[in-house]
Write a protein of this length. Structure first.
Lengths: 295, 791
C-alpha cells in the first residue's frame, strides 16, 4: 500500500495521497528503513572477540584465536580475536564497547552488563575461585603464613585478585600492609613469579594452574582457596543480532560434542561451558559491594 | 714449450693445472660461499622476520606497539636492517622506523643494495596486518668481496707455493734425469762402463737401474759381437770367401774386398747393380743363375746354392759357388739377400780330374769299366730307340801274364800303353775302347752288325800282330776277342759284356783269335747247364770211354807207351771229343772227378795189359785245374798203390801253358809227383811262354812238341827250326822229346833225322780203345812193347 502511495495511484477507500514533493523523502526513508532492517537482522559484516588478558598474549592467542575462528565459521563472517596486554586496557575496551563478543571475568561482566548491556551467553561450567599456590617445598601452609611474604597475583581488577583480597581480609590480613602484593600482568605470569621464587605464593585461578603445570611440567601446592563465584563467561554486545548471539551460545555449549570444539577446550585446558544468565552473577555483585573502589 | 727445460715445463704445467683447479675451486667455493651466505642471510632475514612477526602480530592484536620496542632494538642491532614497518589491517604503518610511522599504503621498493621482506601477520582468526623489513645486501657483498680477496690471496699464495714446489720437483726430477742423459751420452760415445748408480724405488731410480742394466747388456753384447765379428772375419778369411750383400729396399749392393780380388779387381768391386753382375756370368750358366735370382721373390726365408762361372777382369772365367740367403719381413716381402762367393775353380778342376780319373784308366787314359758301362748303357738306349744294333767286343791279350811275370810290371805297363795306342787307331770316333783291367780291353761299336764286328775284330787283332817295340825288348803279342751283339746276344749292358767275355774265352781256342758269342758254350746258358749235368752223369755212369794213342819210339817204331784220351759216348750226340767237354769240366770243377776217373780207369787198363803180359806205360793228361788240387801227388800215389802200378809207368802230361799259368804251384806239384816217382811231360810245348829258367827248374822228364809245329815242319822252315831247337834244348836238359801230330812219313823221317825220341800221331796210330791196343801190332809196322824199359 505504501508503494501504491509512492506511485500515486489511488484505490477506492485509500485515504492518503501524499504530495509529489514528499515522495522522494518517503522513498529515502523507506530505503534507510530497509537497510536498518537488514542490518538489524544480519548484524555487522565482521565481529571481534575480545578476551581478557588472564594469560600471556601468545597463550591467549593460541587458545582463543581458534575460538574466534570457530565463531567465524558459525556466523560465516570474520571474527577477529583481540586482547590487551593489561586488564586495565581491556576493561577500557569493554567500557568503550569495542568488542562484539568477549570473554570476561565475572567482575567485568557485572560492570559492562550494567553499563553497556552486554548479555551473557555461556559461562565456564566450573565455579571460579582463587587458589593460593605455593611450591611443593614451601614452608607456607595457610594464609596466615603469608604475613610479611610476597604474594603474586594478577592485576588488581582480576577476579581472582578480588577474591583473594577478600580472602585475605577474612584471614585478618591487610593485603596492602601485611604482605607485599606483586601484581603480574596475567595469571600464568604470577605463577612464574613463584617458580622464580620472586614471590612466596601466588593467587590465581585453578585453570591457569593446570595450564602452567601442564605446559611447564611443574607442580604447585595449594595453600588456600577462596569461596566460589561463577566463572568467566562469554558475553555478546546487544548490537549482535539475537540470532547470532543464540548461534554463538549454542556453539559454545556444543563444543564438547565435536572434535573442533573439543580441541578448543583442550587447547585452553577448559571444561565445558554452561548457559549463563545474569542472575548467576548476583554473588559477584555482592563482592563488588564489599570492594566498591575496584568496581 | 719444447724449448723450455723439463723442470720449468713441469712447474708450468703444474702451475697451469693448479691455476685451473684453483680457479675452479675458488669459483666453486666462493659461489658456494656466496650462496651459503646469501642463504644464511636470507635465513637470518627470515628468522628476523619470524622473530619480529610474532611480536608484531601480538602487538597488532593487543595494539600494544610499545611492546615492539625491544624487538626493534634487537633488529636495529643487526647492521643489515635498514627499515622496519608494521602495518595494520588497513595497510597503515603503526610501528617501525620512525619515518615510516603513519604512512598509508607505503610502497616498499628495493634499493640497489637493499631488499624488502614482508610477512602477513595473521592467525586462524584472521589477518591483523603486515610486517616489512628492509635488509641491506652490503654485508653480503662485503662478505663476498672479502671472500674473493681472501680466496684470491690464498690461491695466489697457493699457486706460488705450487710453482716453487713444481720447480723444485722438476729440478729434482730433471737433475736425476740429466744424470741419466749424461750417462747415455757417454754410452753413445763408447764408454760402456758408465753407470748411473741411481738408488731408490721411484721411477727415475728404475730408469737409472734399467739404464745400468742396458749398458751392462750392451757392453756384453758388443763384446760378443766384437768376438763374433772377429770370429766371422777370421772365418771368412780362413774360408777365403767373398761376401756380398744386397739390400732390396735401398737397392745397394755390397761386395767384400775378397770378391774383388777373386775377380782380379782391386777393391772395391766396380759392380753397382745386379745387371753389372749378370753381364759377367758365363752365358751357359746364366739361365740357372737367373732362375735362382728369380726365386728370391718367393715368400719366406730361403737359402740357395749355385755354381757358375764368372768372368774375371782379364777375361778368363772362374768357377764360383754362390751360397745365398734371402731374408723376408713379416709380410713375406723380400728385404735382403746375403751370400758368400767361393772360388771353386781349383775344386772343379780337381773334380774334373777325379772324374776323369774315376772314369779312365790311369795307365792308358782309356775309359775304364765304369765309363764303358755307362756309354754302353747309353748306346743301348739309343740303339733301342733307333732300332739299331751294336757290338761289344772283349779283348784279352795273349801271353801278357808271361810278359809281366818275365819282364816285370813296368814292361807290362809299357806294353799295355802301346797296345792301347794301337787299338785307338783302328776305331771310329763313335766307337769306344776301354781298358777293363789287367790285359782286358772292351770295345763298343754302335751300329755294328755281325760282319762289322768281325771285321773290326780282325783289324784289332791285326794291329796286335806287329811286335811291340820297347827299349830293350821286342815283344810279340796277340789277343783273343769275344763278340756279343745287341740285341741278339743280350739287351742290357751286363749281359752283353758277360757274353762278350764268354765269347772271348771261346776265342782263346779259336784259330781266328775271335769268336762270336755262342749260348751253347756259355756256362750260364741252359744248354751248358744240361751239358754239365750230363757230364756229371757220364763220369759216374758208363758213358766215358778211354782211348789210347800209342807213343812210338823213333826210329825203332816201338810202342813205348800210350797216351790216354777220354771220349764221351754221349747218348744223344754220340762220340764227343775231349775239347768239347774238357773245358766244361775244367770250368765246372768236374775235371777233378773226371781226372780221377780217367786215371783210375787208365791204371785199371794198365793192369789188364799187365796181366796180359804187356807193360805199356800210360800217359794221362792233367789240366791246369788239376795242378791246383791240394794233394794231387798224394792222390796219384794212392791210386798207383791201389792199382799196384809202378809210378814210373805213369806219365802225367801237363800243357806248357798250364804250367806257365801258375809256375810256382806247378813247380811244387810237379816236384811232389816226381818225388813219388811219377814222370812228368810238358804237353803242347811251344805254345806257352815258358822260359828256359823255368823249364830248368821243373822236374820234367819229357817235352811233347805241339802238333802245330810238327804237322807243318816239313813245309815250314820255321816250324822245322822250332822242332829242331826244341829237340836240342830238351836233349841238352836231359829230357826226352815227343812229337805230337805226326801225320805222314815225311814228318816221321824228318823227326828221325832230327833225333826226336818219340812220336805220336795218326800216321802211326789213331787213338783206340784200351782193349784193342795189345793187338795193335797186327797189321802195322808198330812193334808192341814187351816189358821194355821206359825211355
Amino acid at each position: 500500500m505504501l508503494l501504491r502511495c509512492l506511485r500515486g495511484t489511488r484505490r477506492r477507500g485509500c485515504l492518503c495521497a501524499p504530495p509529489r514533493w514528499v515522495r522522494p523523502w518517503l522513498a529515502g526513508l523507506l530505503a534507510f528503513g530497509g537497510v536498518c532492517s537488514a542490518w538489524a537482522d544480519n548484524g555487522p559484516a565482521a565481529y571481534s572477540l575480545g578476551v581478557f588478558p588472564h594469560l600471556s598474549t601468545a597463550r591467549l592467542e593460541r587458545v582463543y584465536a581458534p575460538v574466534a575462528a570457530d565463531f567465524a565459521a558459525v556466523l560465516e563472517k570474520p571474527v577477529t580475536f583481540r586482547t590487551r596486554t593489561t586488564f586495565a586496557e581491556f576493561a577500557a575496551d569493554l567500557d568503550s564497547e569495542r568488542y562484539d563478543f568477549a570473554l570476561v571475568q565475572p567482575f567485568d561482566y557485572v560492570r559492562i552488563n550494567e553499563q553497556h548491556g552486554y548479555l551473557p551467553l555461556a559461562r565456564r561450567g566450573e565455579p571460579l575461585f582463587a587458589v593460593f599456590m605455593v611450591l611443593p617445598d614451601s614452608h607456607l601452609h595457610g594464609l596466615e603464613d603469608l604475613r610479611g611474604r610476597v604474594l603474586a597475583m594478577p592485576p588488581e581488577t582480576a577476579a581472582v585478585s578480588r577474591l583473594a583480597q577478600v580472602a585475605l581480609l577474612d584471614a585478618n590480613l591487610d593485603p596492602y600492609r601485611d604482605l607485599t602484593l606483586l601484581h603480574t600482568r596475567a595469571h600464568d605470569a604470577c605463577l612464574q613469579q613463584v617458580l622464580s621464587r620472586r614471590a612466596d605464593a601466588c593467587v590465581t585461578a585453578e585453570n591457569p594452574v593446570r595450564f602452567v603445570e601442564r605446559r611447564m611440567r611443574v607442580r604447585f601446592r595449594r595453600l588456600a582457596r577462596t569461596p566460589e563465584i561463577p566463572h568467566v563467561l562469554f558475553v555478546a554486545h546487544p548490537r549482535v543480532p539475537a540470532s547470532e548471539r543464540e548461534r554463538i551460545r549454542r556453539r559454545i555449549l556444543a563444543w564438547p560434542n565435536d572434535p573442533s570444539g573439543r580441541a578448543i577446550l583442550e587447547g585452553g585446558v577448559l571444561r565445558k561451558f554452561r548457559p549463563a544468565s545474569d542472575a548467576d552473577y548476583d554473588t559477584v555483585r555482592e563482592y563488588v559491594k564489599r570492594q566498591p573502589g575496584l568496581h | 714449450m719444447r724449448q723450455l727445460s723439463l723442470k720449468y715445463r713441469i712447474a708450468l704445467t703444474i702451475l697451469l693445472l693448479e691455476a685451473v683447479m684453483m680457479g675452479f675451486v675458488l669459483w666453486q667455493t666462493l659461489s658456494e660461499q656466496v650462496r651459503s651466505t646469501e642463504q644464511q642471510l636470507a635465513a637470518s632475514e627470515i628468522v628476523a622476520l619470524d622473530f619480529f612477526s610474532h611480536a608484531a602480530r601480538l602487538a597488532l592484536l593487543t595494539e600494544d606497539f610499545a611492546s615492539l620496542q625491544p624487538f626493534m632494538e634487537v633488529l636495529r642491532g643487526d647492521p643489515r636492517v635498514r627499515d622496519i614497518a608494521v602495518l595494520d589491517a588497513n595497510n597503515r604503518v603503526v610501528a617501525g622506523s620512525v619515518h615510516l610511522i603513519g604512512r598509508q599504503d607505503p610502497s616498499f621498493v628495493a634499493g640497489e643494495v637493499t631488499r624488502w621482506r614482508s610477512r602477513d601477520l595473521a592467525n586462524v582468526s584472521g589477518r591483523y596486518g603486515r610486517l616489512a623489513i628492509e635488509f641491506s645486501r652490503a654485508p653480503l657483498d662485503e662478505a663476498t668481496s672479502h671472500a674473493w680477496r681472501r680466496g684470491l690471496g690464498i690461491a695466489g699464495i697457493g699457486m706460488l707455493l705450487i710453482a716453487v714446489v713444481g720447480v723444485m720437483m722438476g729440478y729434482l726430477l730433471t737433475r736425476r734425469l740429466e744424470r741419466v742423459a749424461a750417462a747415455a751420452q757417454r754410452l753413445a760415445a763408447g764408454d760402456f762402463d758408465v753407470r748411473v748408480g741411481e738408488s731408490g724405488t721411484d721411477e727415475v731410480a728404475k730408469l737409472g737401474s734399467a739404464f745400468d742394466d742396458m749398458a751392462r747388456d750392451l757392453n756384453q753384447h758388443l763384446q760378443k759381437l766384437s768376438r763374433s765379428e772377429e770370429r766371422f772375419s777370421l772365418a771368412v778369411r780362413a774360408t777365403n770367401d767373398g761376401i756380398w750383400d744386397w739390400s732390396v729396399r735401398t737397392g745397394s749392393l755390397y761386395f767384400s774386398p775378397r770378391c774383388a780380388r777373386m775377380l782380379g779387381y782391386e777393391p772395391p768391386l766396380p759392380w753397382k747393380t745386379f745387371s753389372d753382375w749378370q753381364h759377367h756370368i758365363y752365358p751357359g750358366d746364366l739361365g740357372k743363375v737367373l732362375e735362382i735370382w728369380s726365386d728370391y721373390e718367393s715368400p719366406g726365408d730361403r737359402s740357395y746354392s749355385v755354381d757358375y762361372r764368372l768372368r774375371t777382369r782379364n777375361g778368363d772365367y772362374i768357377w764360383v759357388r754362390s751360397r745365398d740367403t734371402a731374408t723376408c719381413d713379416e709380410d713375406g716381402q723380400l728385404v735382403r739377400v746375403t751370400g758368400a762367393l767361393t772360388d771353386i775353380t781349383e775344386q772343379r778342376e780337381q773334380a774334373a780330374a777325379l772324374e776323369h780319373q774315376a772314369l779312365h784308366d790311369s795307365l792308358t787314359s782309356l775309359p775304364n769299366r765304369t765309363l764303358f758301362n755307362e756309354r754302353l748303357r747309353q748306346a743301348i738306349r739309343q740303339s733301342r730307340r733307333a732300332e739299331n744294333r751294336l757290338a761289344v767286343l772283349m779283348l784279352d791279350l795273349d801271353r801278357f801274364k808271361e810278359i809281366n811275370d818275365t819282364l816285370g810290371h813296368h814292361t807290362g805297363d809299357e806294353v799295355l800303353r802301346s797296345v792301347a795306342h794301337r787299338l785307338r787307331g783302328w776305331l771310329r770316333e763313335t766307337d769306344t775302347v776301354a781298358r777293363l783291367g789287367g790285359d782286358e780291353f772292351a770295345f763298343l761299336l754302335p751300329g755294328a752288325d755281325r760282319n762289322a764286328a768281325c771285321h773290326a775284330a780282325r783289324n784289332l787283332l791285326g794291329s796286335l800282330n806287329e811286335p811291340v817295340h820297347l827299349a830293350d825288348h821286342e815283344l810279340e803279342i796277340g789277343g783273343s776277342i769275344g763278340i756279343a751283339l745287341f740285341p741278339a746276344d743280350g739287351d742290357d749292358a751286363d749281359t752283353l759284356i758277360r757274353h762278350a767275355d764268354v765269347a772271348m774265352y771261346m776265342a782263346k781256342n779259336n784259330t781266328s783269335g775271335f769268336a762270336l758269342y755262342d749260348a751253347e758254350r756259355d756256362e750260364h746258358s741252359i744248354a751248358r747247364l744240361n751239358r754239365v749235368a750230363q757230364l756229371r752223369r757220364a763220369i759216374v755212369g758208363d758213358e766215358l770211354k778211354l782211348y789210347f794213342q800209342p807213343l812210338v819210339a823213333l826210329p825203332q817204331r816201338k810202342i813205348v807207351g800210350a797216351e790216354v784220351l777220354v771220349r764221351w759216348q754221349h747218348p744223344e750226340n754220340g762220340m764227343t771229343l775231349p775239347q768239347d767237354f774238357i773245358p766244361v769240366a775244367e770250368e765246372t770243377g768236374l775235371i777233378q772227378p773226371l781226372s780221377r776217373w780217367v786215371l783210375r780207369s787208365a791204371l785199371a787198363r794198365y793192369c789188364i795189359w799187365r796181366k796180359a803180359g804187356l807193360r805199356i806205360p800210360i800217359s794221362v793228361n792233367l789240366s791246369a785245374r788239376n795242378l791246383l788240387e791240394p794233394d794231387l801227388a798224394g792222390e796219384v800215389s794212392s791210386l798207383l798203390r791201389d792199382a799196384e802200378v809202378p809210378p814210373e809207368d805213369l806219365t802225367l802230361e801237363i800243357t806248357e801253358s798250364a804250367i806257365m799259368g801258375s809256375m810256382r804251384r806247378s813247380e811244387e806239384v810237379l816236384m811232389e809227383l816226381s818225388s813219388e816217382g811219377v814222370r812228368v811231360a810238358i804237353d803242347d810245348f811251344g805254345t806257352g811262354y815258358s822260359s828256359l829258367s823255368n823249364l830248368k827248374a821243373l822236374p820234367v822228364n819229357s817235352l811233347k812238341i805241339d802238333r802245330s809245329f810238327v804237322s807243318h815242319m816239313c813245309t815250314s822252315e820255321n816250324d822245322a827250326v822250332i822242332v829242331h831247337s826244341t829237340i836240342e834244348l830238351a836233349h841238352n836238359l836231359g829230357i826226352t822229346v815227343t812229337a805230337e801230330g805226326v801225320e805222314n812219313k815225311e814228318t816221321w823221317d824228318l823227326l828221325c833225322r832230327l833225333g826226336c825220341d818219340f812220336a805220336q800221331g795218326y800216321y802211326l796210330c789213331r787213338p783206340t780203345p784200351g782193349e784193342n791196343l795189345p793187338s795193335i801190332g797186327a797189321g802195322t809196322d808198330l812193334l808192341p812193347r814187351q816189358s821194355a824199359n821206359m825211355p
